[in-house]
Design a protein around this ligand. Structure first.
Ligand code: SF4
Length: 351
């Protein structure tokens, strides 16, 4: 049953596939009426339905806890709308913009920070006219050095349409970098075809693919092969992960994820603190827990396996590192620096 080739989108389909119990039907119907649900065939195959702590199920199988919205949660937690001059563009930082072409995804992560915008009832795909307006905005702003294709899932565009966007960006001289934020290599690795990879390279700019991966169990052989096709084509890969309660909030799971990424030639880039998205409090950790995990990684893991632990400040003020601090300045201007084992050392001020 679970090897269905169909994406699972409703409580009935999840129950039929053995991923949710019958007793949860009413609650899951309510969740699915509120937030989009989708589990791709590739992901469904990776879930161990007999394991109540399966880290993939926890990321994608809806939970009745999503019906609980807390007072601090926000419909637009990172403030995209406040920085959107035209549809599809978010211009939060001077030298870069997000270009959100598509507001649907092959899967819907239960902690998604854009869950009020994405999905079948979300903001859809930009029309050809809207894409042209968004590109005109980029053309008119010479300070834009980097364009980040995100969404939704940008790699749901056909290779032909993706090539069209990449070629349009190729003609904008001040754009030097195109970054693609994607879940596709992990959740639908079969979509990473030679044609798609060639389309990614059609901009003649420096292109980076940033894959969203949260647990080593997501790195199946098919996923590793899909990532290798991207890297072998000369497109560097980075990762971004979200710190999630019950998925990767223990030292062993986090270490396993980060080592696996580097072994697959994917540089761990960001570990995001969970955003204040509605109905996600059961998946968020505290900042103290995040800092403690990051402290545990220092000295234990190679530097190339260390991500930056970041918080997107609610409301759109931007993203900042929130990892543990190792350096303090004393009143006498000397520094006190902590080593990876927690021992303090004095470092002299500049003479
Ligand atoms: S792939 Fe990204 S945009 Fe889509 S549901 Fe997951 S977190 Fe949200």
């Amino acid at each position: 049953m679970r090897n269905s080739a169909k994406t699972l989108r409703s409580a009935a389909e999840l129950i039929g596939a053995g991923l949710s119990p019958e007793r949860d039907r009413a609650a899951l119907d309510a969740v699915a009426a509120r937030y989009a649900v989708a589990i791709s065939p590739a992901l469904a195959k990776m879930i161990d339905a007999a394991d109540p702590h399966d880290p993939i199920a926890r990321q994608f199988v809806p939970d009745a806890a999503e019906l609980n919205t807390t007072a601090e949660e926000l419909a637009d937690p990172i403030g995209d709308d406040a920085h959107s001059p035209v549809p599809g563009i978010v211009h939060r930082y001077r030298d870069r913009v997000l270009l959100k072409l598509v507001h649907v995804c092959p899967v819907y992560c239960r902690y998604c920070f854009r869950r009020e915008m994405v999905g079948p009832n979300g903001r859809g795909t930009l029309t050809a006219k809207e894409i042209e307006v968004a590109l005109d905005y980029i053309r008119a702003h010479e300070e834009i050095w980097e364009v980040i294709l995100t969404g939704g899932e940008p790699l749901l565009l056909s290779p032909r349409r993706l090539r069209g966007v990449m070629k349009a960006l190729a003609e904008i001289r001040h754009v030097k970098i195109v970054r693609v934020h994607s879940r596709t290599p992990v959740v639908a690795p079969e979509r990473v075809t030679g044609e798609l990879v060639r389309a990614l390279k059609a901009s003649s700019k420096a292109v980076y693919v940033v894959a969203h991966i949260n647990h080593a169990k997501e790195m199946s052989d098919a996923v590793r092969d899909a990532c290798a096709r991207i890297v072998d084509a000369g497109v560097p890969m980075l990762s971004q992960s979200v710190l999630l309660r019950g998925v990767n909030d223990d030292a062993a799971a986090l270490e396993g994820l980060l080592r696996t990424l580097v072994e697959c030639r994917i540089k761990p880039y960001y570990l995001h603190h969970g955003d204040l998205a509605p109905g996600t409090s059961h998946l968020r950790t505290s900042l103290d827990e995040g800092q403690q995990l990051m402290r545990g990684l220092r000295g234990k893991l190679s530097g190339i396996a260390q991500p930056t632990y970041v918080l997107d400040i609610p409301g759109g003020a931007g993203k900042v590192p929130v990892g543990p601090a190792y350096l303090r300045k004393s009143e006498d201007e000397t520094y006190c620096v902590e080593d990876p084992a927690g021992q303090s050392h004095v470092y002299p001020p500049r003479a």
